[in-house]
Structures are given as C-alpha cells and as structure tokens.
Design a protein around this ligand. Structure first.
Ligand SMILES: Cc1cc2nc3c(=O)[nH]c(=O)nc-3n(C[C@H](O)[C@H](O)[C@H](O)COP(=O)(O)OP(=O)(O)OC[C@H]3O[C@@H](n4cnc5c(N)ncnc54)[C@H](O)[C@@H]3O)c2cc1C
Length: 392
C-alpha cells in the first residue's frame, strides 16, 4: 500500500504564496491544531462562543491582511484554514475582520479609525454587520425597513435586524438603514450597548452553533453623527463591502471541503469492514475522488479569482460582483456534495458530533445560504450573462 497523499491541496495552490505567507499560514495551522480543533465540537454542542480565545486570535496579527501587505490569495487561504478547523470560528473572524474592520478601513473617517480601529484589531472590541431584517433577506437591497431620521446633532434609529452574527456580545456593529427623509442608504458604526437596542439570541440552530446570532430591535436609539459612515448613499456602497466578503465565504466553502476530505480519507483508511479498510472498496475510493475533485476545482477557481483581486487592487478596480457571485454559487454547490459524501463515508458515526463529519455537514448549510443564497448568487451571474434580470 503506498503512502496516502498529504491533503486536498492536490494542485499545490499554496506554493504560489510568498515565503513569509507560507510560514504565517503554518503558524496559523499550528495554532488551530492546538487551540481550536480539540475544543470545537464541545463549543458547538454547547452552542457557546469561546471568548477566552479572542486575545490569542488577536495575537496572530491577521486583521485586514491586505492592508498589512499580504496577498488576496493568502487572505483567502487564512479563511479556508480557519474553516477547516472550525466553521464557526472562521465565521466570527470574517464578520469581525472582513465586514466590521474592513468597513472602518473603507468608510471610516480619520477620527473613527483613530478611535475604533486599534481596539478592533486587538479584538478588545468586537464587531458585527447588521443588514438582514426579519422580513427582508434576499430582497434587502431594495426594501430595507430600518430607518433613521436626523434630530439636531444626532440620528434617531428604529427598526429590526435578524441573524446578526456576534450580535449578542459585540461592542459595535456596522448598521445599515434608510434615511426617512431622503430614502438614501445610511451606515453607522453603532454602539451595540446604546439605550433602545435589544438583542435576543437565536436559539436551536442546526448550523454554526458556536456563532452567536441575534435578533435585534432598535427603538428610538439616539446615534451621534460622529458614528455615521461618511460617503455612504446607496446600496452600491454596501455592495463594495459584500464583494470582498462574498469571496471570503467562497473560501469558506473550500475550507469545508478540505475538512471533509481530511476526515473522510482518514476514516476510510482506518475503518474496517469485511476484513479490510472501507477505503479498499472502489465505490468508497470513487467518493473520496469526487470530494477531492470538488475541493481542487473550487480552490483553483478561487486562486484565479485571487489573481483578479490582485490586479483589481493594483491597477483598475475591475473586479465585479458577478465574478464573486459565480465563485460563491459554484463552490457552495460543490461543498454541499462533498460534505454529504464525507458524512456518508463515516456511516453511523457521521451522524454524531464526536466525529467531525456531522458538524462539517451541518455547518455547510449556513454557508449555502448566507452572504447571498446559492440561488440569488446564481441569478446575479444569470443576469450578467443574459442581460435579463430574473429578480427585481
Ligand atoms: C447562520 C447565519 C448567519 C448569518 N449572519 C448574518 C449577519 O451577520 N448579518 C446579516 O446581515 N445577515 C446574516 N445572515 C442572513 C443571510 O444573509 C440571509 O439568511 C440570506 O441573505 C437569505 O435571506 P433569508 O434567510 O431571509 O431567506 P429568503 O430571502 O427569505 O429566501 C428563502 C429562499 O428563497 C430563495 N429565493 C429568494 N428570492 C428568490 C428569487 N428571486 N429566485 C429564486 N430563489 C429565491 C432563497 O435563495 C432561499 O432559498 C445570516 C444567516 C445565517 C443563516
């Protein structure tokens, strides 16, 4: 029997990283193996977020990698690697860094950056991103019901948000709403503890149980003008942030598949039935190869997208939402197939969280739906290639 291949990066995408990025990724891997992987199922089962992990995560120095001079490929591989260890921790990290901290970089005034960036990068203050509403998910771009109105030097905020990750404990959130008088989109770095903000944890989730998602109610919340994002007027500004985070969610779909391959290939070599490893069966080998092919095609697609991101950042800003949407819809469909195959390879043990496959399988459902569902991202690409919108 020949030695098994080391992992699902079969086409050596990581080899394109610079030397310092490879060693940083190795440091992250070592950290995740020690601090996250051994505990992740326990956190998930208890639906509790490990706040003690935050100073250790911050010490890795991985906030806003592009601003620190790292490549988009490195940024994506960090999210894939975090997801490979635990999808919930990766989601916390993405919401905080790729949405909240990134919004501070893109829309923060020098004063807001001075006041808020330091504590956010050190994870002394945590952030959330509040866009979705109870009645508006896929159609939020056209129908946001949360409103603000100007009142002297302040704004008065009313409305509701749903599904907000980190929402139960965050210190601040990027809050999107509609200006009552102009109908324009407004954004705020809202103090999550302001009077009039009510936060309720969403219970009984079957995915991302470690992530604390909240229902939020805002009743006459007084928000100072100094917390308003400058230069935000339409949903196109929200999309500027979502373009980057959508690509990161596609990298999560890669991480899920790397994890599915890790778990299923190890189990197939160890588990014996009919007097030999189940991996000796042609059908099981076929399933493992399907997972591998899905993971490799997803990862290769995203490596090329990272190249486009690099060119877009350096030259022409040409990267557009349909390119991110294709990556999200394609990789999340491949992911759904891969995690189901992995779960099946573990047989009955694929049903309990003591073995990792069940958790990977369940967490994939959140990735399939958030950051624009599979269907909506597919329709964004459909509109781009036909010139005809299938949705309003
Ligand atoms: C675990 C989790 C974490 C999340 N975190 C956040 C967060 O931190 N911040 C935040 O703002 N939001 C967050 N979300 C919300 C997420 O972005 C929405 O769930 C998503 O946009 C879908 O909206 P919805 O759930 O209201 O579904 P709906 O929009 O009601 O859609 C229901 C179904 O109908 C389909 N559908 C809708 N319209 C069409 C159409 N025109 N054609 C075809 N199919 C269609 C959808 O694809 C979906 O399958 C999170 C969600 C989850 C599950």
């Amino acid at each position: 029997m020949s030695a098994p291949h080391a992992g699902a990066d079969f086409y050596h995408v990581e080899a394109w990283l610079a030397e310092h990025e490879r060693s940083k990724l190795a440091e992250l891997r070592e950290f995740l193996a020690r601090e996250v992987l051994p505990h992740a199922s326990r956190w998930w089962d208890a639906a509790s977020f490990p706040v003690d992990l935050l100073p250790k995560l911050a010490a890795l120095g991985l906030s806003a990698p592009i601003q620190q001079g790292y490549s988009p490929l490195f940024q994506g591989l960090v999210i894939a690697e975090l997801t490979r260890a635990d999808t919930s921790i990766a989601t916390f990290f993405m919401v905080h860094h790729d949405l909240y901290v990134e919004a501070l970089h893109q829309f923060g005034t020098p004063e807001q950056q001075q006041r808020l960036l330091g504590p956010a990068q050190a994870l002394e203050e945590t952030g959330a991103f509040a866009l979705t509403e109870p009645e508006h998910g896929s159609d939020i771009s056209a129908r946001m019901e949360t409103t603000v109105r100007r009142d002297g030097d302040d704004w008065i905020l009313n409305g509701r948000k749903r599904w907000i990750g980190n929402g139960t404990f965050c210190d601040r959130m990027v809050l999107w709403c509609t200006d009552e008088s102009t109908g324009e989109v407004r954004g705020f770095f809202l103090d999550a503890n302001a009077p009039g903000v009510t936060r309720t944890r969403i219970e009984n989730k079957i995915a991302l149980r470690t992530v604390q998602n909240a229902d939020l109610v805002f009743q006459d919340v007084r928000v100072p003008e100094s917390d308003r994002m400058q230069g935000v007027a339409s949903f196109n500004d929200v999309k500027r942030l979502l373009l980057g985070s959508r690509i990161m969610v596609a990298w999560q779909a890669v991480g899920q598949q790397l994890a599915a391959f890790d778990v299923a290939s190890a189990y197939a070599r160890e588990r014996e039935q009919f007097g030999r490893p189940i991996g000796a069966n042609q059908l099981v080998q076929g399933q493992l190869v399907q997972i591998l092919g899905n993971a490799v095609s997803s990862m290769s697609m995203l490596a090329q997208l990272a190249h486009l991101q690099r060119m877009s950042l350096d030259h022409d800003g040409s990267l557009e939402m349909p390119q991110a949407a294709l990556a999200k819809s394609f990789t999340s469909a491949r992911m759904r197939e891969s995690v189901a195959l992995a779960r099946s390879i573990l047989g009955g043990n694929g049903i309990v969280t003591d073995y990792r496959a069940a958790k990977i399988f369940a967490d994939a459902e959140a990735i399939f739906t958030y950051e624009g569902s599979f269907e909506v991202n597919t329709l964004i690409v459909g509109r781009d290639i036909t010139g005809i919108s299938a949705f309003k």
